[in-house]
Design a protein around this ligand. Structure first.
Ligand SMILES: [Zn+2]
Ligand SMILES: [Zn+2]
Length: 254
């Protein structure tokens, strides 16, 4: 499994976690904000499976522009997976004929812009050789984490969440777990904001991963760009030997 953190290419040398996508094997994406800036357009057209975690703008905001960039009238459209709650929000508030055209409606009898799939939690689906299982996270709107199980390696993608009690059991049940991409959004002094918006601080992050075996790579992600350096300092102070900060310039292999 090849994983990249895809941030807008308008900042090619930056390490900041601007609203992003995670790209798996160059053709599966989780969330959308890195996608519409991927150059060349052929690299965008190669992305044919997209999973949405939730409805917040820093996760679905790239979707209209990506579909606009990649549409071709030849049935090669991407499949998009999301929970029913996220699809409802996207229909009502994004592809709603105000913020962006209702692409399902305007395609009508023409070739579609996307194929819509509803994801249920704890019900594995098969995507290009991976068994993908959605898990419910603890966030202010319904939000999914995704477990990808491939041959000999599993990875948990888990951002936009407050700490939640089932985390440890979910992690313990994943076979061949090699890595967890885990939310670290706000510095410790903004714990009140992390709590109200249901994200994770480095202090909480340390408690969450305390029981995870040291051979699992813990990769901090969703560091709010305005607090990037402070978050890195606080995460490094945890002294975790298996901690990494997600880096847009690294290709992760599992
Ligand atoms: Zn977010
Ligand atoms: Zn969110």
């Amino acid at each position: 499994m090849k994983v990249r953190l895809l941030v807008p290419s308008v900042a090619p040398n930056s390490r900041l976690h601007f609203p992003f996508s995670v790209l798996i094997d160059d053709h599966i994406a989780i969330d959308t904000c890195g996608l519409p800036y991927l150059d060349p357009i052929e690299a965008q057209r190669a992305v044919d499976q997209i999973l949405l975690t939730h409805s917040h703008i820093d996760h679905v905001g790239g979707l209209p522009l990506f579909l606009d960039n990649t549409y071709r009238p030849d049935h090669s459209c991407p499949t998009i997976y999301a929970s029913e709650a996220t699809w409802d929000a996207v229909s009502k508030h994004l592809l709603n004929d105000v913020i962006w055209p209702d692409l399902e409606k305007i395609a009508d009898s023409e070739t579609p812009f996307f194929k819509k799939q509803i994801v249920d939690v704890h019900r594995p689906i098969s995507i290009d050789g991976y068994q993908v299982t959605a898990i419910p996270l603890e966030h202010v709107v319904p939000t999914l984490g995704y477990i990808f199980q491939g041959e000999g390696a599993s990875v948990l993608f888990c951002w936009d969440t407050a700490p939640f009690p089932e985390f440890e059991n979910i992690v313990a049940a994943i076979p061949n777990l090699k890595a967890i991409f885990l939310d670290a959004s706000f510095p410790n002094e903004l714990r009140w904001l992390a709590e109200k918006s249901e994200h994770t601080t480095p202090g909480q992050f340390g408690q969450l991963v305390a029981q995870i075996p040291a051979d699992v790579r813990i990769i901090a992600i969703h560091l709010k760009p305005g607090h990037h350096d402070e978050l890195i300092d606080e995460l490094n102070q945890l002294g975790l030997p298996n901690l990494e900060i997600a880096d847009p310039h690294t290709v992760y292999e599992f």
